[in-house]
Write a new protein. Structure first.
Length: 389
């Protein structure tokens, strides 16, 4: 039995790995910009010249000159002068100091460097360190399940980048394609991590039920909220880049239920696994008792998950909230502002799905995991704690 389970896990891991490789090789139709006679390279800042920078209040503008040493590529070991242009926006500008590493674009002619443009501080190595540390910790704690979770994580990233983003750019219906992507990832991830069994099937059914509800609410209330999709960061720049045909509002609505889908999967798996464990320990448990236990478990999970969504969505707007507080803006103005209304919309629609997925999964699990010859699950006069029939 163990050997069969191990072989199944191994085949699943191989299949997912091949799928990830296949998606990575899949052309998106949007090729990276390649300039003739230019290459990207990592450089080290050797010396800086800030004489062309000037202060305008709390920000700097102008041009920073940097002497750089090329660390990789065809010009490795060569020195050149690089330029760092500041546009007067703190969220975009960067200042280099000697010893920094930066990603740069090198324009060249033949074997000589003509010009070096400094893009930003080089962070890929730090990202890799964090990611590898995350993998080691997860596998050390969860073993084979952790390895499958890593594959699920990578698969999600690849599907979003190679499938979701290109299809949205091509003008496909954002809501339908996003719903399909969420359904695909839900089925694939839960099946891979939880195995091909009733427990995973119940979690998938419960999660997709919550996703469907979130999608419906997002579509309905997204229309009434009258929030244009340009509220998303950098979306207006997308329109000016030749993609004026895109429906940003529908993309914004789709992003609402995409953002909550991971939490829905989490809740559905938690409740399905808990109910399954209860039934395994007590095979004589009736469907009614299993559902009631699932409801009770769901209540506890809901107590923290809705707050999790709130913190996740509001965390990126701490700066905006501080501005409101500093200026003494009335609360009613804050709640009605487009940016804040968008976050309230995200939070409440996602929370509706979370609250719904708990009873959905509890009912499905109670029916699937218990014996077929149960008494009727619900009688006319039955009342669960907190749920009236």
């Amino acid at each position: 039995m163990l050997r069969k389970h191990f072989n199944s896990n191994r085949l699943t891991a191989i299949a997912v790995s091949l799928l990830i490789i296949g998606l990575c090789l899949l052309p998106t139709g949007f090729n990276s910009i390649v300039y003739k006679d230019s290459v990207r390279a990592v450089v080290e800042i050797v010396k800086t010249d800030n004489s062309n920078l000037y202060d305008t209040g709390i920000i700097k503008q102008g041009e920073q000159k940097c002497q750089v040493l090329v660390l990789d590529g065809k010009f490795k070991g060569m020195s050149a002068e690089g330029t760092n242009n500041l546009v007067g926006k703190l969220e975009l500008d960067k200042i280099f100091v000697p010893g920094d590493k930066a990603l740069a674009v090198i324009d060249y002619e033949g074997s000589s460097i003509k010009f070096v443009t400094l893009i930003d501080h080089y962070r890929i190595n730090l990202e890799l360190i964090l990611f590898v540390g995350f993998i080691i910790l997860l596998i050390a704690f969860a073993g084979w399940t952790g390895a499958k979770a890593i594959l699920s994580f990578i698969l999600s990233v690849v599907v979003i980048w190679k499938v979701l983003v290109p299809t949205l750019l091509k003008g496909w219906n954002p809501i339908l394609i996003s719903l399909f992507i969420v359904a695909f990832l839900t089925v694939f991830i839960i099946s891979m991590v939880g195995g091909y069994n009733k427990k995973s099937l119940a979690a998938i059914a419960g999660s997709l039920s919550g996703t469907a509800l979130s999608c419906i609410l997002a579509v309905v209330f997204g229309h009434f909220f009258k929030i244009h999709g340009a509220i998303m960061a950098f979306s207006e720049s997308l329109l000016y880049s030749g993609y004026g045909h895109l429906n940003l509002t529908e993309i914004f609505i789709a992003a609402t239920f995409i953002a909550s889908s991971g939490a829905l999967m989490d809740v559905a798996v938690d409740i399905a696994a808990a109910v399954h464990e209860l039934v395994e320990k007590n095979p004589e448990m009736s469907a009614k008792e299993a559902i009631k236990s699932g409801f009770n478990i769901g209540k506890v999970v809901m107590g923290t998950m809705t707050t999790t969504l709130l913190l996740a969505y509001s965390g990126g707007y701490i700066g905006l909230l501080m501005v409101f507080m500093a200026q003494g803006t009335p609360v009613i103005n804050i709640l009605n502002l487009k940016y804040v209304s968008a976050e309230i919309f995200h939070t409440l629609v996602g929370s509706f799905g979370l609250v719904a997925v708990a009873p959905f999964t509890a009912i499905i699990s109670g029916i699937m995991f218990t014996k077929k010859n149960d008494k009727p699950i619900l009688k006319k006069d039955d009342t669960y704690e907190g749920v009236s029939q």
